[in-house]
Design a protein around this ligand. Structure first.
Ligand code: ATP
Length: 346
C-alpha cells in the first residue's frame, strides 16, 4: 500500500475543463471517495491517476515517486470499472488468476493458487471458483471484477462507481463487503461515485467535486455538518437540506450578508401550538410521509411577501399534525450562505 498525491492537476478537453487544479493527498490505507454529479470530472480524475490521460499541468505521485509521465502498466495501480470486464470464456478461478499470470510477473502456479484462494475467501466465492464467468449473476461478476483488482495487491486501487450497475440489495451487500475488505487489507483506495450513501458509509474522507473543482475535502461528518457551500450541503443528506431565502425566516437573528438559510430536517421541531411565542415560523402541514423509522412532515411556509416555500421536517409520532393544520416551527440548528451560495460562519 502507498500514499497517493495529486498535486495541482488540471485537464482540459477542448474548452471543457474536466479537472481544475486538483490537490489531494491520500495517506496509505485511506479510503477517499470523490463525490460529484455526472460530468463533475470523477472518471477523468481516476484516468489521470491511472495514466490513461496525461494532465495539462500538475503531478501524480505514488509513494513519493513522480509517475506523471510513467506508463499505466508501470504505476502499480488497478482500476475497477462500473461495468465488470471479465473474460467470458474463463471460469472464476482463471479470471482471478489472470492478472497474476502476466509474463512480466513470473509468479509460480503455486503462488497464483495461494493468492486466488485467499481472495476467493475474502469475497466469499470459494464455492464458485469453477463456475464459468457467463453463469454468474451480476453481483457475482462484479465481485470477481473487484477480486481481480485485489489479487495483485497494488499500491493504489481506483474504483469508478463499481456498484452502480447492481440492484439495491446487492449494492448494499457489496458496499459492506468492500468496506470490510479495505479495512482487512488496509488498501489505499480512491473511489468515485455520485451516490451519497456510498460516500458516507465507505469513506474515511470525502472529496466533493463540482465542475472539475474540489470544493471540499473532509471526513463524512465534517462535510455533512460543516459544508462549505449550498452545493455541498445539498449533496449530502436525505431528505435534502431545506434551503430558504432569508426573508422566509425573519425571526432568526443573522448578519446582513446571509441570503440563504439551510436547515436539515432533523434540526427542526414541530410544536402543535401554532401560536407559540418562541416559534421561529408558522407553517401549514401539506402531507406526512412515513419512512421505516421516522416521519417526514412536508410543510408550506409563507414568507412576508406571501410566497410559499416547501419545508421537510423529521418528526416523532407525538408531534404529528394533520394535513391542513398550522404548526409552529423551532429551528435548533441552521447553516447560513451568502449571495454566492458560500457558507457564512457567524
Ligand atoms: P460521469 O459520472 O457521467 O461519468 P464524471 O464526473 O466521471 O461523469 P468525466 O467523465 O470525468 O465526469 O467528465 C468531465 C467532463 O469532461 C465532462 O464535461 C465530459 O464531457 C468531459 N470529457 C471527459 N472525457 C472527455 C473526452 N475524452 N473528450 C472530451 N470531453 C471529455
Amino acid at each position: 500500500m502507498a500514499d497517493l498525491d495529486i498535486v495541482g492537476v488540471s485537464k482540459k478537453f477542448g474548452h471543457t475543463a474536466a479537472v481544475s487544479d486538483l490537490n489531494i493527498n491520500i495517506a496509505s490505507g485511506e479510503f477517499v471517495v470523490i463525490l460529484g454529479p455526472s460530468g463533475a470530472g470523477k472518471t477523468t480524475t481516476l484516468r489521470l491517476v491511472a495514466g490513461l490521460e496525461s494532465p495539462d499541468t500538475g503531478q501524480v505521485l505514488i509513494d513519493g515517486r513522480d509517475v506523471t509521465r510513467t506508463a499505466p502498466a508501470l504505476r502499480d495501480v488497478t482500476f475497477v470499472f462500473q461495468q465488470y470486464s471479465l473474460y467470458p470464456h474463463l471460469n472464476v478461478y482463471d479470471n482471478l488468476a489472470f492478472p497474476l499470470r502476466s509474463p512480466l510477473r513470473k509468479n509460480s502456479e503455486d503462488m497464483v493458487k495461494t493468492r486466488v484462494l485467499e481472495v476467493a475467501r475474502m469475497l466469499r466465492m470459494e464455492d464458485k471458483l469453477q463456475s464459468p464467468a457467463t453463469k454468474l449473476s451480476g453481483g457475482q461478476m462484479q465481485r470477481v471484477a473487484i477480486g481481480r483488482a485485489l489479487v495483485r495487491n497494488p499500491a493504489v486501487y481506483l474504483m469508478d462507481e463499481p456498484l452502480s450497475s447492481l440492484d439495491a440489495k446487492l449494492r448494499n451487500d457489496l458496499r459492506l463487503e468492500l468496506k470490510r475488505i479495505q479495512q482487512d487489507t488496509n488498501a489505499t483506495m480512491l473511489y468515485v461515485t455520485h451516490d451519497q450513501v456510498e460516500a458516507l458509509t465507505l469513506a474515511t474522507r470525502i472529496g466533493v467535486l463540482d465542475h472539475g473543482q474540489l470544493v471540499q475535502l473532509g471526513t463524512p461528518k465534517q462535510v455533512y455538518q460543516d459544508p462549505s457551500s449550498v452545493s455541498v450541503a445539498s449533496r449530502l443528506g436525505s431528505p435534502r437540506i431545506n434551503l430558504l431565502p432569508r426573508e422566509a425566516l425573519p425571526r432568526l437573528d443573522l448578519p446582513d450578508v446571509v441570503k440563504t438559510i439551510g436547515v436539515r430536517a432533523e434540526h427542526m421541531q414541530i410544536q402543535l401550538d401554532a401560536t407559540l411565542a418562541s416559534a421561529h415560523a408558522v407553517a401549514r402541514v401539506a402531507r406526512i410521509e412515513r419512512l421505516s423509522d421516522q416521519f417526514l412532515v412536508h410543510l408550506r411556509l409563507r414568507d412576508l411577501g406571501g410566497r410559499e416555500h416547501a419545508l421537510i421536517v423529521s418528526a416523532h409520532p407525538g408531534h404529528l399534525a394533520q394535513p391542513g393544520q398550522d404548526v409552529a416551527i423551532q429551528i435548533l440548528q441552521s447553516l447560513s450562505f451568502d449571495a454566492r451560495d458560500q457558507r457564512v460562519r457567524h
